[in-house]
Design a protein. Structure first.
Lengths: 121, 206
């Protein structure tokens, strides 16, 4: 018999000694799963809403961009906040992301600054 | 302790399972977040280019009239589904159920495959209409952004294939480390989903 054959697919005892014991509590995980499924349903509805808003309501382009990007931001928040657990992440991760947001904002500001500059002339 | 055991102990990479006291997270998690930060800048540069090209052009095609919205909408649902299956895989591994964990990893992989097949179909439709990256700036940025995103999906699929096959052997010796690995690849996969959430309306609908 191989070394691994005697080990079942079910959890080895060592697994229970893992860090974040409170987070590995079965009831806690089951509650998390319900939240994941709720987020999934919300994302599906919001995707439908994005497409419906564009095709059913003949909004001017400015409003269409605002609606589509607002819904995209809400969806992004749901994915990052719940699936990527950013709502309960460590301070260091927030610091890394804060720096990223600053640089990303600068990247987006560059073309916007160019547009505003052209409009001013 | 034997010399061999000593050598093994010295080679052991620390903080694969336990969080590092100074960072509060295990090393791979910090590593993947730093990688994702660099990925934000990569796609951020492309979104910045899109804004610049679009606002600088005298006329710009409307995505919903130019591209194929239906396959892209289906792909959005497929990626959302794959995002939830990867967290379900992680949750089941935390519950100690490798079998269910592997099933959900398999479904995630299948979703990735469906996404790529639909993307190939969509590209084929564009080519049939003689729309190529060289056609104009709109198609140049469309093929660049969706192509790069597709490569990221492919990369994720390769990693999931590894964890579904030979990589899952780690479960028998280090289950928590394997669970952490699925969390880390899951973070990458959610990022790929996140990019698509913004690509879909900006390219296909507006």
């Amino acid at each position: 018999m191989s070394e691994h054959a005697a080990v079942p697919d079910e959890v080895p005892e060592a697994h229970h000694e893992a860090p974040h014991d409170a987070h590995n509590d079965p009831e806690h995980i089951k509650r998390e799963v319900r939240v994941y499924l709720l987020v999934f349903c919300s994302l599906a509805v919001l995707t439908g809403a994005t497409v419906a808003a564009r095709f059913w309501f003949d909004l001017p382009m400015g409003y269409a961009i605002a609606v589509a990007l607002t819904i995209a931001c809400i969806k992004g928040f749901l994915v990052a906040g719940f699936f990527m657990h950013l709502l309960s992440e460590k301070k260091l991760i927030y610091s890394v992301l804060a720096l990223t947001v600053i640089f990303f904002a600068f990247l987006v500001w560059l073309p916007i600054h160019d547009i505003l500059d052209k409009m001013g002339k | 302790m034997t010399a061999h055991a000593d050598a093994h102990h010295e080679l052991e990479i620390p903080y694969n399972v336990m969080p590092r006291p100074d960072t509060g997270v295990y090393n791979a998690k910090l590593g993947v977040w730093l990688f994702l930060a660099s990925e934000v800048m990569l796609f951020g540069a492309l979104f910045s280019s899109l804004i610049l090209l679009r606002t600088g052009a005298p006329s710009w095609p409307v995505g919903k009239d130019t591209l194929h919205v239906l396959p892209a909408t289906v792909n959005t649902f497929v990626l959302i589904l794959s995002s939830v299956t990867v967290v379900l895989a992680w949750a089941n591994l935390r519950l100690g159920n490798l079998k269910k964990g592997r099933i959900f990893i398999g479904i995630t992989l299948l979703c990735g495959l469906i996404f790529m097949l639909i993307k190939a179909y969509e590209y084929n439709l564009s080519f049939e209409h003689h729309h190529f990256p060289s056609t104009n700036n709109f198609f140049a940025i469309y093929f660049t952004m969706t192509g790069l995103h597709g490569l990221h999906v492919l990369g994720g699929m390769i990693v999931f294939t590894y964890f579904l096959t030979v990589g899952s052997k780690m479960w028998h010796k280090e289950p928590q480390r394997f669970t952490n690995r699925i969390e880390v690849v899951g973070l990458y996969w959610h990022f790929v989903d996140l990019v698509w959430i913004f690509l879909f309306p900006t390219l296909y609908l507006l």
